[in-house]
Design a binder for this molecule. Structure first.
Ligand SMILES: NC(=O)c1ccc[n+]([C@@H]2O[C@H](COP(=O)([O-])OP(=O)(O)OC[C@H]3O[C@@H](n4cnc5c(N)ncnc54)[C@H](O)[C@@H]3O)[C@@H](O)[C@H]2O)c1
Ligand SMILES: [Zn+2]
Ligand SMILES: [Zn+2]
Length: 413
């Protein structure tokens, strides 16, 4: 491989500071060290957690950073000691690693591996160590990943090998949003045939709706302040729709009346402590289970103790409880077998250069036209664009666009 062992200079969207547009820069990506894998990112989704870091969390030690954690790509080269991956493998970077050795990995109860970025600091949302630099400065790798870049480097414990037949511009959504929502329903809430409510109908919430349906839920009540989301929620299996803005009473009362006392399962997919409380209070006493999926670490949440004393359970989930190396390839297979939907989540498709437009769309998404997931093509791999790609990527080019379509050609590069 022409690039193996060398520093790769490529394009990335850099967040130099909080609350400012990302800047397209030429960055340096170091060769993979022992146990590391360098990946050519082909496609990435934009998740609300990227926006959280940029506009809400804004931690002073969390910048400069390359955001993006919902990507898919192709292994360019591997460091010493890597036997599981070889150049040409299709992979999904994992923001929750699976080392298979720590006590959390060994327990079937959790996916909270001790070796990922979260072991450092949740608030900074990145590892101290990074393989990315720009203008002499270290660029943090958001959630250990950084998929808003043409190349990135991850430890092999945070990479999942996937079916070579998988279309990377679709399965990138399994790197975060869709696994998170689906797993929240199936793995964390452990929904069984019953009544569910999902608060927040972004990609995460809609994937939770899809998970509730897959788990056999009979009634799935979709709750959002943007009624434009309801039509899409129906596609994923929602049976009823509630807009809190249509009611003067607390939404928990509305749901209690609809369900004879409350839902069996509720999932908060907004990232708002007030909504978290409403979701808990919407559960039926005795056995109701409420799962926190939305991300926020800025405020405490509150609830009256009687809510739990009366038999409700409050839980949380990261990445839908999936152990990534095992779960992500299974979800890719489920997509290829047409058992889970992905295409329907994608409402916009842009290039990495348009990342600020994608961020703006998501930021304003609560008020504007329907937006769920914008995927960014980091590499155009349609043959139509091959000339453009070959020219602009000449020095780093690893696989030409028309070679990325079949597993046979992939393996042969
Ligand atoms: N736990 C995890 O591992 C994990 C992983 C990925 C994302 N997340 C978090 O999940 C949340 C959703 O992510 P997303 O990418 O789907 O976001 P999104 O912005 O696309 O969707 C959020 C939805 O919530 C709706 N909403 C806003 N306020 C509401 C309210 N008061 N009541 C009801 N609905 C409301 C919006 O209209 C929107 O449809 C975010 O907080 C994100 O950070 C968590
Ligand atoms: Zn995410
Ligand atoms: Zn582990």
């Amino acid at each position: 491989m022409a690039t193996a062992g060398k520093v790769i200079r490529c394009k990335a969207a850099v967040a130099w500071e909080p609350n400012k547009p990302l800047v397209m820069e030429e960055i340096e990506v170091a060769p993979p060290q022992a146990n590391e894998v360098r990946i050519k990112i082909v496609a990435t989704g934009v998740c609300h957690t990227d926006l959280y870091h940029l506009f809400e969390g804004m931690h002073k030690d969390g910048f400069p950073v390359v955001l993006g954690h919902e990507g898919a790509g192709i292994v360019e080269s591997v460091g010493t000691g890597v036997t599981e991956f070889q150049p040409g493998d299709k992979v999904i970077p994992l923001f929750i690693s699976q080392c298979r050795e720590c006590r959390f990995c060994k327990s079937p109860k959790t996916n909270q591996c001790v070796k990922g970025w979260a072991a450092d600091r949740y608030d900074v949302m990145a590892l101290e160590e990074t393989r990315l630099t720009c203008k002499g400065k270290k660029l943090l790798q958001f959630l250990g990943t950084s998929t808003f870049s043409e190349y990135t480097v991850l430890n092999q414990i945070a990479v999942a090998k996937i079916d070579p037949a998988a279309p990377l511009d679709k399965v990138c959504l399994l790197g975060c949003g869709v696994c998170t929502g689906f797993g929240a329903a199936v793995n964390t809430a452990k929904v069984t045939g019953s009544t569910c409510a999902v608060f927040g109908l972004g990609a995460v919430g809609l994937a939770a709706v899809m998970g509730c349906k897959a788990a056999g839920a009979q009634r799935i009540i979709a709750v959002d302040i943007n009624p434009e989301k309801f039509e899409k929620a129906k596609v994923f299996g929602a049976t009823e729709f509630v807009n809190p803005k249509d009611h003067s009473r607390p939404i928990s009362q509305v749901l209690a009346e609809m369900t004879d006392g409350g839902v069996d399962f509720s999932l908060e997919c907004v990232g708002n402590v007030g909504v978290m409380r409403s979701a808990l209070e919407s559960c039926v006493k005795g056995w109701g289970v409420s799962v926190l999926v939305g991300w926020t670490d800025l405020q405490d949440f509150a609830a009256r103790p009687i809510q739990l004393i009366a038999g409700r359970t409050w839980k949380g989930t990261l990445f839908g409880g999936f152990k990534g190396k095992d779960g992500v390839p299974e979800m890719v297979k489920a997509y290829l077998d047409k058992k889970v939907k992905l295409d329907e989540f994608i409402t916009h498709n842009m290039t990495l250069d348009q990342v600020n437009d994608a961020v703006k769309l998501m930021k304003n998404g609560h008020f504007a036209h329907l937006h769920l997931r914008c995927t960014l093509n980091v590499v155009f791999y349609s043959v139509r664009f091959s000339h453009i790609l070959c020219r602009s990527n000449e020095q780093n080019s690893l696989i030409f666009p028309d070679q990325i379509t079949t597993s046979a050609t992939l393996r042969s590069v």
